[in-house]
Design a protein around this ligand. Structure first.
Ligand SMILES: C[S@@+](CC[C@H](N)C(=O)[O-])C[C@H]1O[C@@H](n2cnc3c(N)ncnc32)[C@H](O)[C@@H]1O
Length: 329
């Protein structure tokens, strides 16, 4: 098979996993990561740790029990962490890792964040779970209301909060309690009071109609079993003239079954990626205009670190996704 990207929408074999199974796996994985990755560390670093190994570990009790192979095992990270073999055991396991917990240096910068942006964050907000930098495409202004779909530990919310200022407001939405706990405690300890984190699914946003200026998101929509519904929800909450500015993983050609039928690859943002044409269709069907999906070829280098040896970078890449809700006539 040619590895050349086609940007075509293609028929693929149906996924094996039910929407509920995907949601539950995604919650387990990101809940474990939220609890286990210490402040100042990210899931993937520059020392060869693969996120899919982390995810596989979070999903598999037997892997979690493999304490010797575990990177962020309690012995090398924080005392008092949950023991391996529990639902919240260490997410990061890597035979390839040469270090203990991975260093965050480099990974998040690779995604397009500046050193200044990263230095301005509360320690612990960057877990290295994004696939781009939505701030770079969101053109946020003071006073705006921003919603972050799948806000995780809050990296993009905290950066957006600085841009919108005291007159603005940022609402992070996430379905994983441990992520919300982490983000809320950072907001409280740093005294950031123009940010709030709400529990919810991005397919059913806990946000009023027509109340938001910009919807941002970073590496989340691909995790949804129903991306069309996510974009429809984003359109519902936007004010006329409001915008979507998202980074997400997209499929450049049909994703092979080895990734599509692998729950760790799905939870790792590769297995369920929509094609560029499907994303354009979802945004258009949601009533949005000025739809653009700009693939970052450079992101393939980053994605190659996610599941080394799988060739995922031949099939999926990160893309900047932007669209606008038409202004009232
Ligand atoms: C890959 S992480 C990205 C986190 C954050 N955006 C960042 O860049 O660090 C995915 C996050 O989205 C959340 N998530 C995934 N699917 C979701 C859904 N359907 N509804 C709400 N949150 C979801 C997960 O709980 C997790 O915190």
């Amino acid at each position: 098979m040619s590895n050349a990207p086609t940007h075509e929408s293609d028929v693929q074999t149906p996924a094996t996993f039910s929407p509920e199974a995907v949601r539950s796996a995604v919650r387990d994985v990101y809940g474990a990561i939220a609890k286990k990755v210490p402040a100042g560390k990210t899931v993937v670093g520059t020392d060869g740790v693969s996120p899919v190994e982390a995810i596989t570990s979070a999903l598999s009790t037997s892997n979690m029990a493999a304490k010797d192979a575990s990177c962020c095992a309690p012995t090398c990270c924080e005392p008092g962490d949950e023991q391996p073999g529990t639902a919240t055991a260490p997410p990061v396991a890597s035979a390839a890792s040469t270090g203990c917990c991975p260093s965050p240096s480099g990974y998040t910068e690779q995604l397009g964040y500046s050193k200044d942006e990263l230095a301005s964050l509360p320690a612990g907000a960057d877990i290295g779970l994004g696939c781009g930098n939505p701030q770079a495409i969101a053109a946020l202004e003071p006073g705006q209301v921003v919603v972050d779909l799948g806000s995780g530990a809050g990296i993009d919310c905290f950066l957006a909060a600085k841009k919108v200022g005291a007159q603005g407001r940022v609402i992070g939405v996430d379905m994983t309690h441990a992520m919300l706990d982490r983000a809320r405690s950072l907001a409280a300890s740093e005294g950031v009071d123009n940010v709030e984190f709400r529990l919810g699914e991005i397919e059913h946003l806990p946000i009023e109609d027509v109340s938001v200026d910009v919807v941002i998101s970073n590496c989340v929509v691909n995790l949804s079993p129903d991306p069309a519904r996510v974009f429809a929800e984003a359109a519902r909450v936007l004010r006329p003239g409001g915008r979507i500015a998202i980074y997400d993983v997209v499929a450049l050609q049909p994703v092979p079954d080895a990734l599509r039928q692998n729950i760790a690859a799905i939870a790792g943002c590769m297995g369920q990626a929509s094609s560029v044409t499907d994303i354009q269709a979802y945004l258009t069907a949601a009533g949005l205009t000025d739809v653009k999906v700009e693939v970052s070829e450079a992101s393939r280098k980053t994605i190659a670190q996610w599941m080394p040896g799988s060739g995922a970078e031949d099939y999926v890449a990160s893309a900047a996704i932007t669209a606008r809700k038409p202004s009232l006539a």
